[in-house]
Design a protein around this ligand. Structure first.
Ligand code: FES
Length: 182
């Protein structure tokens, strides 16, 4: 049974969200199944989460505007099916003064799919924004309530103490909808 521990500053129902998990073990593995972890307190992943080197997910059926989370190497990976407006916002924000300058186009392989490691680059909390009704911060991406970091629709840090954008993991699209992380 996988468990996670709520961050002490954020224990409460607002930190609970659905956690959709698809993963495979081994570099040559193919997607073998999926499970849904309902209502997991997930401000910090626990040490007993298995560290799978490869995770695969078929994104067919993930509607524009939806976000899903999968686990890779014991970390959450956020996948955002960005609708046009969210892509346009990210591209417009390329012109903003950025803490960690990076173009949106440098952070995505396909504009409609943003894939980032869901770990705040400040002290490692898991930002909010994946669950419906979660706060997404002042820039429409994710919000880390631990110390108030705001990420934009490209996962770039825009405000708060986090020093870097959310990391983009290594990934590839095996087919038009099947993505392999790791
Ligand atoms: S850990 Fe996210 S703001 Fe400090």
């Amino acid at each position: 049974m996988i468990q996670t521990n709520a961050h002490p500053e954020n224990a409460g129902p607002e930190t609970r969200r659905d956690f959709l998990y698809y993963a495979t073990g081994g570099a040559a593995a193919v997607a073998t199944g999926a499970a849904i972890w309902p209502l997991i307190d997930s401000m910090n992943p626990s040490a007993d989460v298995s560290a799978l080197s490869v995770a695969q997910v078929d994104l067919e059926g993930v509607e524009p505007g939806s976000r899903i989370t999968l686990k890779w190497k014991g970390k959450p990976v956020f996948i955002d099916h960005r609708p046009e407006a969210r892509i346009a916002q990210a591209r417009a924000d390329d012109e903003a003064t950025l803490i960690d300058p990076e173009l949106d186009a440098e952070r995505v392989q396909k504009a409609e799919w943003l894939i980032v490691v869901g770990v705040c680059t400040h002290l490692g909390c898991i930002p909010l924004g994946q669950g419906s009704g979660d706060p997404t911060g002042e820039y429409g991406g994710w919000f880390c309530p631990c110390h108030g970091s705001h990420y934009d629709t490209s996962g770039r840090i825009r405000k708060g103490p986090a020093p870097r954008n959310l990391d983009v993991p290594p990934y590839e699209f095996v087919t038009s909808t099947l993505v392999k992380i790791g």
